[in-house]
Design a binder for this molecule. Structure first.
Ligand code: BTN
Length: 327
């Protein structure tokens, strides 16, 4: 374990720890403790210092731990042992994984988790804000032999897989917002970003990035421009990110396996049954244009079917964003 990882582990209970005590436990000087704490705060972790008492996190956390994740994976652990990368910090797990697999022989199910992202990416060119060490920042890679057309609907199936992982984790009442946001009480709990690359004749490489809010600090909350919620708000406790990571990995890997054989069809009905806007009046924003209508369902490629008066139009996920109708 490196010093940074050990330091986070010591602080993870969110109790006060003196510089002297931390230094002794880590085998480093107080000045070195101070330097390491500064680096952590530069990564975005809130570490408070109170004279006479020491250092303290604003909320407890569960550090990512490879053997705990593998334990939670149970019988699936063997499939991931050589395919799981845990990082302290990277710019984006999607970008990091893309670079890693450029020369890799094994690729399907390769996964990367990070404690902190300095340039986390969201959909539609937005930044993804996630307080370091408190959230799930995860990517998984898969290669399909066919062209990119074959993977339409994949990001919806992935959203469903993440939702099922959250169900199994113990989150009640979450649902999907087309194309692949996971919402709870109308607020965003998790988001997915699919980076798809391929020639028209194939193969197609998909890097699927997942962000789940475990805990968002007050400072980070101010940088999020949409309603959000985190697991701490929902469950009233510190997220066990190792169990959650294992669940997300297992559900996503299973989804990829089924999707590569059968495409989107086996997911379509289950996806619709969890769509929070099914049958509701919605608005679709496309640049500065806006459409409104009723969300009728999704087609066989994952496109959203909107009915407006007698017209029926299908929208695709790259081009629009969905909002509830104004009341
Ligand atoms: C969205 O809803 O806008 C998509 C959010 C995706 C965030 C995750 S966090 C892990 C992975 N790495 C990234 O840079 N983005 C995705």
């Amino acid at each position: 374990m490196n010093t940074r990882t050990e330091l986070v582990k010591l602080l993870s209970d969110a109790a006060f720890h003196s510089g002297t005590d931390l230094g002794k436990k880590l085998g480093i000087t107080r000045a070195a403790v101070c330097k390491n704490i500064r680096r952590l705060t530069q990564s975005g972790l809130d570490v408070h210092r109170v004279t006479g008492r020491g250092y303290k996190l604003d909320a407890p956390l569960t550090p990512l731990n490879r053997s705990r994740i593998l334990k939670h994976l149970g019988s699936a652990a063997a499939d991931f042992r050589d395919r799981l990368l845990l990082l302290d910090e990277t710019d984006s797990t999607n970008r990091h994984l893309a670079e890693l697999i450029a020369h890799a022989k094994t690729l399907n199910g390769m996964a990367c988790l990070a404690e902190a992202q300095s340039g986390g990416r969201g959909r539609r060119g937005r930044a993804w804000v996630a307080t370091p060490y408190h959230n799930l920042m995860f990517s998984m890679a898969w290669r399909f032999p066919g062209g990119p057309g074959l993977v339409s609907g994949l990001s919806l199936a992935a959203g469903l897989a993440v939702l099922q992982a959250l169900d199994e984790y113990g989150v009640d009442g979450a649902g999907l917002k087309w194309p692949n946001d996971v919402l709870w009480d109308g607020r965003k709990l998790a988001g997915l970003l699919a980076d798809v690359q391929g020639e028209s004749a194939g193969p197609t490489q998909v890097i699927l990035g997942v962000g789940v809010n475990g805990y968002i600090s007050r400072e980070d909350a101010e940088r999020i421009d949409q309603p959000w919620v985190d697991l701490r708000n929902i469950l009233g406790e510190t997220a066990d990110r190792n169990r959650l990571a294992a669940l997300v990995m297992r559900h996503l890997r299973n989804m990829f396996q089924v999707f590569s054989e059968k495409g989107f069809a086996p997911f379509r009905e289950a996806w619709s049954s969890r769509h929070l806007y099914h049958g509701r009046r919605v608005r679709l924003i496309q640049g500065d244009r806006e459409f409104s209508g009723t969300a009728e369902g999704i087609d066989e490629t994952g496109g959203l079917i909107i009915r407006h008066a007698r017209n029926r139009q299908v929208f695709h996920s790259g081009e629009v964003s969905l909002r509830p109708a104004r009341v």
